[in-house]
Design a protein around this ligand. Sequence first.
Ligand SMILES: *Cc1c(COP(=O)(O)O)cnc(C)c1O
Length: 357
Amino acid sequence: MSKIHNFSAGPCILPPQVIEGAADAVTELNGIGLSLIEISHRSKDFVAVMDEARQLVRELLNLPDRYEVLFLQGGASLGFLTTAYNFLSPDGKAAYVNTGTWAKSAVKEANFVGKAEVVASSETEGNKLIPEIPHVGSDYDYLHITSNNTIYGTQYKSFPKPDCNLICDMSSDIFSKEINVEDFALIYAGAQKNMGPAGTVLYIVDTEKLGKSNRPIPSYLDLQIHIKKESMFNTPPVFPVYASMLMLRWLKDLGGVKEIATLNRQKADLMYSEIDRNSLFVGHAEAAHRSDMNATFMLKDENLGAEFDEMWKAAGISGIKGHRSIGGYRASMYNALPIASVQALVDVMKELESKKS
Ligand SMILES: *Cc1c(COP(=O)(O)O)cnc(C)c1O
């Protein structure tokens, strides 16, 4: 496998075993003489894949029986709309926290369906923090949050406790640390940030909270239909589901979410201590709200940019250019990124500093 240190913000780095296993299955699945991508999704070999993927999600996150797991399509972006159709009633309203680009997109889509109100926002602070969230009462159908803000590098350290359903877009930190699923009526996450390749989106839903939006729902957006069909209402995205299943197996073998959380903490500590220590760099997000997944930072003197870029590229580092909306740098440290890659980046930052002093 390559020696590239892959800090891509999404699609993300995957463990070499996952890439190899997925490649093997494309050539031939389970010794059946056929490829994963040329057999019926209703064949026993693929049904077993879907079942295992859903079961691994249950195990890794300790799901109570009333929660269902789905692997669908449309990305988190369609999830914004699916959320509203399934949980927002025609005369009700939903509360949203605007913590950046994706959170804002969620508001936009919900407004196609019903009334979505922004109850807290970090926009005037340049999305450098998670804002104070007022108590959200039962007069709202749900409160929607974005647990990790991939672009700005902020992350909730604890979750609000509204008197209504809590719904979370966990696209960029699902399976990165332990969560109490019972706090949420719905969690959804595009696979490509921390779970697998692009092409599938995971839904984890409390079935007791479904079926109450009191509106007609187009079939593909109706989570109850997908549950009834066990995630096979239509042809599922077989390859991304298979690769995600391998990634979840990898995570289980590693010791599960508790173990990966420790490793993620170590990577984030290493990264942020260098950002804070190094006289040439400054972090973007406020320290108390920093993301363990996406570290955003800048050079204090932009004139050093060309030299720094040349140095990290020469060190085999890839994907740390910041998102076009905020510039600077972004080191995405998803589950599969080894700490050695973070160390490689830290070494380059130190080297730049010593050259300049
Ligand atoms: C990338 C991202 C999205 C968009 O996901 P798609 O699967 O591309 O629709 C939504 N929310 C968050 C937090 C993201 O990081």
